[in-house]
Design a binder for this molecule. Structure first.
Ligand code: AMP
Length: 313
C-alpha cells in the first residue's frame, strides 16, 4: 500500500470526485490534524479505516487557531515521519496544503460559533475556535467526508464542531474517540515533546489529579466542589494553578455544575507546565458518568496512574 500525498485544494476535490465516480457508495473517513503524529492520532486513523473505504488525513498547522503569543512558529513539524505513521494506521491519502493554498489571497470568511465558545479554551484563547471552525468546515468541504474523527482530549473542540455542523447543515458525522494516554496516564499530545524531563514529571500531576477525582467519583462522591478541590490540591503540590478546572454537563457544556453531579458531566482542565524553553499548555478531561463505558475508562486511568508508581489517596 502506498500513500497518496495531495497539497492542492483543487487536487483533493478532483481526487475525491474521481473516487466517488468509481464507487458511488464510497465511505470517506477524515482525520484532521496539525501533524507531529502520535498514538492519539493513530487511534483516530485506525477507527476511520475500520469504518470507511477511504481514510484521508490532513496535516495543516492552522495559523488561524493560534493567538499572537502562542507557539505557531515552534509547533513541531515532521512530515516524512508523519507519512510513515499515517500509512501504518491505515490512511490512504494525506492532504498537506500550505497556508497560502488553504487561505489564498482574498480569503475573507470566518466561522464563529457562539455560546459554547464563551468559556474554557474559548475564554483563555480568544479567536482559537473561530480558527478551528473555519478550517474544519473548509476541510470537510474539500474532503467530502462522511465521518470526521476527533479526540476526546479536545472535548470543547468536538462540541464546537458538532454545533457548527448542525447549524450549517453539514452532512458529515462527527465522531469523538477516547483519549489515548502514555503509560503514566498523561494524554498524548504533539506538544509533549517540549516537556523537559523535569517538566514531564510535573506534567504527570495532571493525570494524577484526574485519577484521584475518578477514584472519588467511583466511590460515590458527587459534590462538584469537593472533586474540584481534590484535583486542585494535587496540582498545588508542585505549585500548579490551572487556567481552568471545572465540571460541566456533557449534554450542554455551557452549564457548569457547582453542586451535586446528577447528570453525565465532564471534569476539564487546562494547565500550563513550566518547562526549560517555554511553558507547555496541557488540556485534559474525564467524563463522570454512571455509564459502564465511561466507568471502564476511569478505572483504566486509575490503574495506569497507580501502576506507574504514583500514590493516590
Ligand atoms: P492536533 O493535531 O493536536 O490538532 O489533534 C488532531 C486530532 O487528534 C484532534 O481531534 C485531537 O483531539 C486528536 N488527539 C490529539 N491528542 C489525542 C489523544 N491523546 N488521544 C486521542 N485523540 C487525540
Amino acid at each position: 500500500m502506498s500513500l497518496i500525498i495531495i497539497t492542492r485544494r483543487n487536487e483533493i476535490t478532483s481526487y475525491i470526485q474521481k473516487q466517488k465516480k468509481l464507487n458511488p457508495a464510497l465511505r470517506i473517513g477524515f482525520v484532521p490534524t496539525m501533524g507531529a503524529l502520535h498514538g492519539g492520532h493513530g487511534s483516530l486513523l485506525k477507527k476511520s479505516s475500520l469504518e470507511n473505504d477511504l481514510t484521508v488525513l490532513s496535516i495543516f498547522v492552522n495559523p488561524k487557531q493560534f493567538g499572537p503569543q502562542e507557539d505557531l512558529s515552534k509547533y513541531p513539524r515532521q512530515f516524512k515521519q508523519d507519512c510513515e505513521i499515517a500509512l501504518s494506521y491505515g490512511a490512504q491519502v494525506v492532504f498537506a496544503p500550505t497556508v497560502e493554498e488553504m487561505y489564498p489571497q482574498g480569503f475573507s470568511t470566518q466561522i464563529s460559533v457562539s455560546k459554547i465558545t464563551n468559556f474554557m479554551c474559548g475564554k483563555v484563547r480568544p479567536g482559537h475556535f473561530e480558527g478551528v471552525a473555519t478550517v474544519v468546515m473548509l476541510l470537510l468541504n474539500l474532503t467530502q467526508a462522511d465521518t470526521a474523527y476527533f479526540g476526546q482530549k479536545d472535548f470543547q473542540q468536538v462540541h464546537v464542531v458538532k454545533r457548527m455542523c448542525l447549524d450549517l447543515a453539514c452532512a458529515a458525522k462527527i465522531s469523538m474517540e477516547e483519549t489515548i494516554r502514555e503509560p503514566d496516564g498523561l494524554a498524548m499530545s504533539s506538544r509533549n515533546v517540549y516537556l523537559s524531563p523535569e517538566a514531564r514529571k510535573i506534567a504527570s500531576l495532571v493525570p494524577q489529579a484526574l485519577a484521584s477525582v475518578a477514584k472519588k467519583y467511583l466511590s460515590g462522591e458527587r459534590a462538584s466542589q469537593k472533586l474540584i478541590a481534590d484535583a486542585a490540591e494535587i496540582l498545588k503540590t508542585k505549585n500548579l494553578t490551572p487556567q481552568y478546572l471545572e465540571i460541566r454537563k456533557t449534554e450542554d457544556l455551557s452549564q457548569q455544575v457547582y453542586e451535586q453531579i446528577t447528570e453525565e458531566s465532564v471534569l476539564t482542565i487546562a494547565q500550563m507546565i513550566p518547562s526549560a524553553e517555554r511553558p507547555v499548555r496541557l488540556i485534559d478531561n474525564i467524563i463522570l458518568s454512571e455509564d459502564s463505558r465511561w466507568i471502564c475508562v476511569l478505572e483504566e486511568l486509575i490503574k495506569n496512574v497507580q501502576v506507574s508508581g504514583n500514590q493516590l489517596q
